[in-house]
Design a protein around this ligand. Structure first.
Ligand SMILES: Nc1ncnc2c1ncn2[C@@H]1O[C@H](COP(=O)(O)OP(=O)(O)OP(=O)(O)O)[C@@H](O)[C@H]1O
Ligand code: SF4
Ligand SMILES: [Mg+2]
Length: 335
């Protein structure tokens, strides 16, 4: 079983030391014209990079801007400020030709596999589609679709079946196959395992890890649950209301979080061991952090200040810049 290289226009080769993806001071506001300029930023000055073969996890509560960042990288959301570079080339506002070329280098796996699988098309046709667009013959595309399906753990004869004939976990494997069939460099996985039960989640995470190691892929792995991100990511970026609160190596961020919000996120993360779960519940209560629903967003200062038990006058007036604490970058005046 082999996956051959797909002929495609290249967006440029990554050179040594150059990040696969470089996001700088990204700002996204929803709405058009004057409405957008007065709207609060859904993403407010976010910077991070992903190296070749690296997985970066993007975590945060619902509404923190994770998917907006993913969509901006994929060219699906207009950017209001900052820049995005892929393999050293600017893709902040790609034109149609660049977007087509990027279509095979930069792929996505979303939470809902139905969004990438047409219910009226056979799995074989869905998988072949991105190859056919790039000039691969029908017979060759079908062979590659079968190979790819076998690689993600499904029988090759799945090519003749329809999405409704598979379970949720199998459909997510098919989405992974569809994302990888063009041999991309970077895959944005947005809540790719969140809808699956725990054991299926583990199987799909293992599959993503194996494919990454085999193919030297880079992932931006988006999830609200830090324990899911922890499994795959070498580095983690923690978002709160569109801003980075903490970023660093996974072990540093998850084992000794420095930012009060990261501490709350880690304490809220479910674990299968009852004793550890009880310890985290006690920690969560001792932190005295208010729920998101209890506070409204107010501009200026630290975005977390209304929920933070350590907040002072300074936190209300000055937005904390990211600064190095240990081996992580933390945006807190008192970390
Ligand atoms: N199409 C849209 N129009 C207007 N506002 C939007 C739109 N999409 C998202 N938003 C807003 O932007 C903010 C960030 O949303 P986003 O979907 O990026 O969050 P998220 O971190 O992915 O959340 P979740 O974990 O629930 O998926 C939210 O306040 C949301 O209401
Ligand atoms: S800057 Fe202030 S409000 Fe923000 S997390 Fe740190 S202590 Fe809390
Ligand atoms: Mg989302």
């Amino acid at each position: 079983m082999s996956i051959e290289t797909v002929e495609r226009p290249s967006t440029g080769a990554a050179t040594a030391g150059q990040p696969m993806l470089d996001v700088k001071d990204l700002v996204v506001r929803y709405g058009n014209g004057r409405k957008a300029s007065s709207a609060p930023a859904a993403v407010d000055g976010v910077s991070f990079s992903i190296q070749a073969g690296e997985t970066v996890g993007l975590v945060g509560e619902s509404g923190s801007g994770k998917s907006t960042i993913g969509k901006a990288i994929l060219g699906l959301q207009k950017v209001s400020g900052g820049s995005i570079a892929f393999q050293g080339k600017d893709i902040t506002s790609p034109d149609a030709a660049r977007r087509r070329a990027l279509g095979s280098e930069l792929r996505a796996v979303f939470q809902d596999p139905n969004s990438s699988l047409n219910p009226r098309m056979t799995i074989g046709a869905s998988l072949a589609e991105p190859l056919r667009v790039r000039g691969v013959s029908a017979g060759e595309a079908r062979t590659r679709a079968r190979d790819m399906l076998e690689r993600v753990g499904l029988a090759g004869d799945a090519v003749d079946r329809y999405p409704s004939q598979f379970s949720g976990g199998q459909r997510q494997r098919i989405s992974v196959a569809r994302a990888l069939i063009c041999e991309p460099q970077l895959v944005v996985c947005d809540e790719a395992v969140s809808a699956l039960d725990l054991s299926t989640q583990a199987q799909v995470l293992n599959l993503l890890a194996d494919l990454r190691d085999e193919r030297g892929l880079s992932y931006l792995f988006i999830a609200h649950d830090i324990s899911v991100v922890q499994f795959l990511a070498q580095r983690v970026v923690v978002l709160y209301r569109g801003q980075v609160m903490e970023a660093g190596p996974t072990a540093a961020v998850t084992e000794s979080p420095k930012h009060p919000f990261t501490q709350a996120l880690v304490a809220a993360s479910p674990v299968p061991r009852p004793a550890e779960q009880a310890r985290r519940r006690a920690l969560r209560e001792s932190l005295g952090i208010r729920t998101a629903a209890a506070v409204a967003a107010t501009p200026g200062g630290c975005p977390f200040r209304q929920r933070c038990p350590l907040a002072t006058e300074l936190c209300a007036t000055e937005r904390p810049a990211l600064r190095r604490v240990g081996n992580a970058d933390v945006a807190c005046h008192y970390a």
